[in-house]
Structures are given as C-alpha cells and as structure tokens.
Design a protein around this ligand. Structure first.
Ligand code: SF4
Ligand code: SF4
Length: 461
C-alpha cells in the first residue's frame, strides 16, 4: 500500500485533504503541494478582492485570491490540472497585496509559490510559452550576459534605432512579448564598477555585504554606486563580493524550484565567505526572496541552517539606514516626490515606514502619497513580459495616479518598478524624474542640485 492509499484508509473520518495530502489523479503531487491547512485559513470573506489587481481589472472570481485558493483546494481534492486552472494562477502577479489585506492571515505567498512549482513540473506549456520562458531565463538571472547586452542596447538607444523599430509597430504586431521587453529597457548610462570593499567614512558602525543584483547591476549601476556611497557616508564598510550570482528571485516566483535553490546556495556561499554583519539589498524582489531562504532550502541538510542564518542578516537598504540613524549631513533638495511602494518591499517585507522616514528627513523635500498605493504597477518580475496587456493597463493606471500627485520625481525601490513606471509615465505624456530612494539620499548627502533628479530620463518612445 503506498503512502497515499494508506493515509486515505486512515482518513475514513475525513478527506485526504484534511491530512494535507493531495488526492490521486488531482492537480498536485506530494512534493510540497499547496498547504491544505493554509488553504483552510481562507474564510472566503472577500476583503482581499479590492486590492487584487487582476480582480480589479476583470472582476472575475477565479482571478481573485479567493478564487485561486479555491482552485488549489479543488486540485488537492482530485481535480486534474487543466489549462484553465493554470491560466488563473498564471494571471496572478504575485504582488502579495492580498497578504496585506487578509484579516485571517492567509499565507497566499506560500500557497502560490507551492502551486507554481507544481505547475512547472506537471503542466505542459505551449511551445511558444516554453520558448519565451527559456529565452527570459537564459538572460535575466545571468549578470554577465545582461552586461553583454548593454553594448548593443546603448548603441540602439544612441542611434535612435530603438525608437525607429517601435514606430514601425512591427515587433508589437509580430511578438508583443518581445516588444514589451524592448520597450521596458531603461535608458543606459555609463557602467560604474564598484571596488570589492568601500571603507566607512569616519567611525565604522557596521560591516555590510551588498547584493549587486542581475538587472540592478547591469541596467542600474548608478543605484548600486549610490547605495555604496550612502552606506559609506553613514559609517558602513561595504563589502561587494566579486562573482556573486542571481539570488533566485525570478526563478522562485516562476516555479523554477530547483534552479532557485541552486542560485540561493551560491548566494549563501558567497556572503558567508564575506564575513559581514548584514547583507544589504536594494531591489525589493531580491530582498523578499533572500529573507525567505530558510524555507527555500529547508529540505537541504547541507544548507538549511546556513540559509536560515544568512536570511536573518538580509535587510533592505532602507531598513539598515533607518536602524543606524543618520550621521552624515543632509543637504536640502527643494522638490516634490511621490513614493511608490514596490509590492515586494511593502507587501512581502512590510517595509513602508523606513523609506518614507528617510525621504522625509531631507530638508526641502516634500513627500506625496499616491492614490491606490496598494495596487501593483504591473511589473511583477517578468509578468510585464509574459502578460503585456494587463501589465500595461496596470502601468497606465499607476502612471495616472502618480501624475495626479503633481510631484516632480517618482521614487521607488525596485528596478522592475522603475522600468515599468518609467515606460508608463512616458506613454502618459507627463515626463518626470525617476529615482531609487538611495539616489535621492545620495544627492542630498553630496549636496547635488535637485535638478539632477527632477530631469526626466531622455524619452525612448
Ligand atoms: S484570502 Fe483572506 S481576505 Fe481573501 S477571502 Fe480568504 S480570508 Fe478573506
Ligand atoms: S498576489 Fe496579487 S495578483 Fe495574485 S491573488 Fe494576490 S493580490 Fe491578486
């Protein structure tokens, strides 16, 4: 008798799902199916519905957190994994807004991660979907390959070839997902290489390791340089380990469990060897994944304890700066700023107050709040490439809310949000400055003029 049949016999007084095991022939196998106890926490109250971007867009129950949890329950109880079921899970942005909104503490983040890993193992995707995902995952989690792309991309931007291709609309018609990828590419500046150790200014208060990230490192090297300068000015020795790879965030958010675990082990090895008090992250999606390494590597006896120890050291840069408190002088920046909460910072890590406090403490800076702040901008890792239409709708909605604040600069703490919102703001025809939180702090510490941030990025559309 196999374990499942055995358990079914034991469970005559209840269903297999009561025992946490998936029914035979159903959507899931026994390797971490969506947790039945967590599914049971959902009391169907619907408080999460107005904060779920896909429910807001389409008003469909099965495209709400409650509906997706219901489908997980059906799958556990014996319903086979169908294309339709998968389409509703695929449409989820993984924004975790529902986790914040849920009064019953339903851990939808864990549930969707477990479900996605099952989908990737057990569902046959179409050839075109497989090809697109292979392309994405052969580029994005590879810092060196991304850096190699910089040259051709910069050449296209400098010659205006990118705009010319966009104007023809050909790519949009033939391959909307590739067109989405192209339109999101940020305006590339000069590469800035950081030394392996940046010594603290004045008395040393901490030794921190810094994750440089894949997209952050290749497309936003200025953000990494600003992060190192601000930490240095606030009394941190900043260690930037060479050869650090991807943290696994994109893989884990897309159900590529084994790949994510491989990347996570690499990061554990790298930062353990760096001997640092804290690991500072300036990309929200990376930070939330690294804080969850204990769960990701829980089944690996060689790494479980080490992953837990590392995860406890991981902090968003705004958390570290807020905890340390300021020692460096803030110079005035006379400007208005709208702060956009990146979902993986606000909903997944609960970091909302710290970046606002840091910005508020800059003399002359006026902070403005954005309406519908809890709604995702549509970036969501690679969602805006896989699902360009809803992502664009959400981006346009976010851009309208941002423009309505009348602020001069949009500030956020995630490269994905910066690319998505920059592209939507350009479409809105109301150009404005765009910056990461640490770039604003850096400008204040260095006494740069507000104009350096207020200037919109050069239009690419
Ligand atoms: S996930 Fe939470 S908020 Fe949404 S229906 Fe279930 S219990 Fe209610
Ligand atoms: S993670 Fe976001 S998109 Fe997915 S169900 Fe929750 S609120 Fe909706």
């Amino acid at each position: 008798m196999d374990q499942r049949t055995d358990q079914a016999a034991i469970g005559e007084t209840g269903s297999i799902i009561d025992l946490g095991l998936p029914a035979a022939g159903g959507a899931f196998d026994e390797h971490h199916p969506p947790d039945a106890a967590l599914i049971g926490d959902c009391v169907h109250c619907g408080f999460c519905l107005p904060t779920c971007p896909t429910y807001v867009l389409w008003g469909e129950e099965m495209d709400s957190p409650r509906g997706r949890i219901y489908l997980m329950k059906e799958g556990l109880e014996g319903e086979a994994m169908s294309d339709e079921m998968v389409s509703h899970w695929d449409a989820c942005l993984g924004c975790m807004s529902c986790v914040t909104a849920c009064p019953s503490g339903v851990q939808y983040d864990t549930l969707i991660e477990q479900t996605r890993a099952q989908v990737e193992r057990r569902h046959e995707r179409s050839a075109s979907d497989r090809a697109l995902r292979s392309l994405i995952f052969s580029i994005f989690p590879h810092p060196r390959r991304l850096r190699l792309l910089r040259g051709p991309l910069r050449a296209m931007q400098r010659t205006g070839l990118d705009r010319a291709v966009r104007r023809t609309g050909l790519l949009e018609r033939m391959a909307p997902q590739l067109a989405a990828m192209e339109s999101l590419a940020p305006r590339l500046g000069k590469p800035e290489r950081l030394p392996e150790r940046v010594p603290a200014t004045g008395q040393r208060r901490a030794v921190v390791g810094m994750l440089t990230g894949c997209v952050q490192g290749a497309f936003f090297p200025g953000v990494n340089a600003a992060t190192a300068r601000v930490l240095q000015a606030e009394g941190c020795d900043v260690v930037v380990p060479r050869g650090q790879g991807c943290c696994g965030a994109l893989s884990v958010h897309n159900g590529r469990e084994a790949e994510a675990q491989r990347y996570a082990r690499g990061i554990v090895d790298t930062f353990e060897a760096a001997g640092v008090d804290r690991v500072v992250v300036n990309a929200a999606g990376c930070g939330s994944t690294m804080k969850d390494y204990a769960r990701l590597l829980a089944d690996d006896p060689a790494y479980a304890d080490r992953a837990k120890a590392l995860a406890e050291k991981v902090k968003d840069v705004s958390e570290v700066l807020d905890e340390l408190g300021p020692v460096a002088v803030r110079h005035p920046l006379e400007m208005t700023v709208a702060y956009h909460d990146a979902c993986h910072l606000a909903h997944a890590q609960g970091v909302r107050a710290q970046p606002r406090r840091l910005l508020d403490a800059i003399p002359g800076l006026e902070l403005r709040e954005i309406a519908e702040a809890e709604l995702c901008c549509g970036s969501a890792g690679i969602y805006n490439i896989l699902k360009p239409e809803p992502a664009r709708e959400l981006g346009d909605r976010k851009a309208a809310n941002i423009v309505a604040t009348g602020a001069q600069v949009l500030v956020t703490a995630n490269p994905g949000c910066l690319m998505q919102v920059t592209s939507a703001i350009e479409r809105s025809g109301h150009p404005m400055g765009m910056a990461h939180t640490v770039e604003v702090l850096d400008a204040s510490l260095r006494g740069l003029p507000a104009d350096s941030l207020v200037r919109p990025p050069v239009a690419t559309a």
